[in-house]
Design a protein around this ligand. Structure first.
Ligand SMILES: [Zn+2]
Length: 301
């Protein structure tokens, strides 16, 4: 493969380094700070036909390099050939620092008390364990608020309306639910062996309440799915993942989108939507019901 000719064809300029090495602007520069690679950080070895970015850790294997140079979309290549270890390290650093930079601000929990009573069949002990707040004043008034912590950093608040207030979920504007799995730190601390992926925060909280283990992780709806969550799951070192869909059109669509992505990286099971009732969902089920559905999980091929 003549890499230099293909780069010329794409209009990509390069700088010659030593011997077989050239450097170009990182193809993954969108994830660099300010979205720009100002130093041509992506080094390519012309004889090995591989590349690596010294700024973001993005790598292309020989297959990835060929796909990209011949016009494949970088997003497809990225999942296949990303340098996983550097990415995992980077998201940990991101969780630890991004929310404390000037101009981004730190989050604080809104005023209130630990949610004191049973709500939707969930016991006060579970709300206490999660330190969920019943907010009594301000923007989050009449909401139950969960603090989102990952890698020990407080990265956001999820405020669920207790009445009919809109929006149903209120979050600080600077936080990014695309990076959240809840309750990630608790699940990691308990060293769970499997993750039950579910759409809503009350699904995860009810599972914890009924089953006693923080295995269910909320991904905050299919609009908030991202590669970041795949990496978080990989970091947990799980035996497998079980996808628990809502039995409606949106839930099935989410399952069909997310499961194939996960399957590239780990063992994936799912609860067949056809066995789930329409209406009640994981936020409503008893321990026996949850166990019954889990026993009927199927493998995603
Ligand atoms: Zn880069």
């Amino acid at each position: 493969m003549n890499i230099l000719a293909l780069l010329d064809e794409k209009g990509i300029r390069y700088v010659q380094k030593t011997g077989d090495e050239i450097a170009i602007i990182c193809p993954n520069q969108a994830t660099h700070s300010d979205g720009v690679d100002s130093n041509a950080s992506f080094n390519i070895n012309l004889s090995k036909e591989v590349g690596h970015c010294f700024a973001c850790g993005f790598s292309l294997s020989q297959v990835g390099m060929t796909t990209w140079l011949l016009g494949g979309k970088i997003d497809d290549v990225q999942m296949q050939s990303i340098s996983l270890r550097s990415r995992l390290k980077r998201i940990k650093e991101q969780d630890a620092t991004i929310y404390t930079k000037d101009g981004v601000g730190c989050f604080v929990m809104p005023p209130g008390e630990i949610y004191p009573e049973e709500y939707r069949g969930i016991s006060p002990a579970t709300f206490k364990m999660l330190e969920a707040i019943k907010c009594t004043a301000g923007r989050y008034e009449n909401r139950i608020c969960f603090s989102i912590t990952q890698h020990g950093a407080f990265i956001g608040v999820d405020g669920r309306a207790l009445g009919d207030d809109k929006p149903k979920y209120l979050r600080p504007s600077k936080c990014n639910a695309k990076e959240w799995l809840y309750p990630f730190d608790l699940a990691k601390a308990r060293k769970v062996r499997r993750a039950i992926l579910c759409e809503g925060i009350f699904h995860a909280v009810n599972y914890l309440d009924k089953m006693g283990e923080p295995e269910a992780l909320c991904y905050f709806g299919s609009n908030n799915w991202s590669e970041h969550k795949t990496l978080l799951l990989l970091e947990m070192g799980l035996d497998h993942v079980v996808f628990w869909p809502d039995n409606d059109a949106a839930g099935i669509k989410a399952m069909d989108e997310i499961c194939p992505t996960l399957r590239q990286w780990m063992d994936v099971y799912f609860i067949p939507p056809a066995i789930l009732p329409e209406g009640p969902d994981l936020a409503d089920f008893s321990k026996d019901e949850i166990e019954g559905f889990l026993n009927r999980k199927k493998r995603w091929k």
